[in-house]
Design a protein around this ligand. Structure first.
Ligand SMILES: [Zn+2]
Length: 273
């Protein structure tokens, strides 16, 4: 199916596509590429209407799964994602929750089993570039770690993509987020954690800085499609101009490359054009 350049992004939950890769998905689509989003879980451990959390009265996973799928489809429409593939595993919840080991959870699924399903998609779409998370799933969420594991296993098995990236954020950007959160904490009643854990990567480890400011509005609107999830509210409260300023460069670590494109790069398809 490699009729045109193809980007595949492998994400854990509905909404993850927007924050780290909304810009590159929109940009690649605008350039006429095929963009394949693989979402591994159903997001059933997300917030229900009104911000109700798992385990609280009124948290209805079946209704949440359906709502989140509609939100995901709306986000994909905004980003002009050409192909959405759902692996449909149950959301494992945060590390340590009983849902980690629930039957059908992504975390309890053997890596080789889920990787084989992803490998089939890689064989079908033949992506030139694949993007997923680092070994820590960026922030330690079991489904993000599992998405990383199955992607690396599927890439190794198929040897299809010319380039593979881990999405991350430079420590300088995380520090800037912390500053903004502190600044707005008093105005935004749910500004988020004031002290971010040590996540992301040292700036010097970032190999690839992609300017997506032109697509900031689409990225914001894609995230706004997932407004039911309270962790997105911090970003949405920034408003479009600040959001685009803060989120207008998407950053990656290149971990596999057959093109020899020089580093640092500003284009995931450098060496392939
Ligand atoms: Zn997630």
């Amino acid at each position: 199916m490699a009729d045109r350049p193809t980007l595949m992004a492998v994400h854990a939950h509905p909404d993850d596509e927007a924050t780290g890769t909304g810009g590159i998905l929109a940009r690649c689509a605008a350039e006429g590429m095929r963009t394949v989003l693989v979402t591994c879980t159903d997001g059933g451990c997300g917030d229900g209407p009104g911000g109700v959390k798992p385990g609280e009265p009124g948290h209805d996973p079946a209704a949440i799964i359906e709502m989140r799928q509609r939100e995901l489809e709306a986000s994909c429409a905004v980003l002009n994602v050409t192909d959405l593939e759902l692996l449909g595993y149950a959301d494992s919840g945060m590390m340590g929750w009983a849902s980690n080991e629930a039957p059908g959870s992504f975390w309890s699924t053997p890596v080789e089993e889920a990787a084989a399903r992803l490998a089939e998609l890689i064989e079908r779409y033949r992506p030139d570039v694949v993007v997923t998370y680092d070994e820590n799933g960026f922030y330690g969420h079991p489904d993000h770690i599992q998405a990383h594991r199955i992607t690396m296993a599927a890439v190794a098995a198929t040897k299809v993509p010319a380039k593979v990236y881990w999405t991350t954020a430079p420590h300088s950007q995380m520090a800037e987020f912390g500053r903004i959160m502190r600044e707005h904490g008093a105005d935004w009643d749910e500004a988020g954690p004031a002290d971010l854990p040590e996540i992301g990567a040292p700036d010097e480890q970032i190999t690839t800085w992609v300017d997506v400011t032109e697509f900031g509005e689409q990225k914001f609107d894609a995230l706004a499609a997932h407004a039911s999830q309270s962790e997105n509210i911090f970003f949405l409260r920034m408003g479009k101009p600040l959001f685009t300023q803060m989120m207008g460069v998407e950053t990656f670590i290149r971990v596999h490359d057959t093109t020899g494109a020089a580093l640092p790069e500003d284009d995931l398809f450098a060496g392939l054009r």
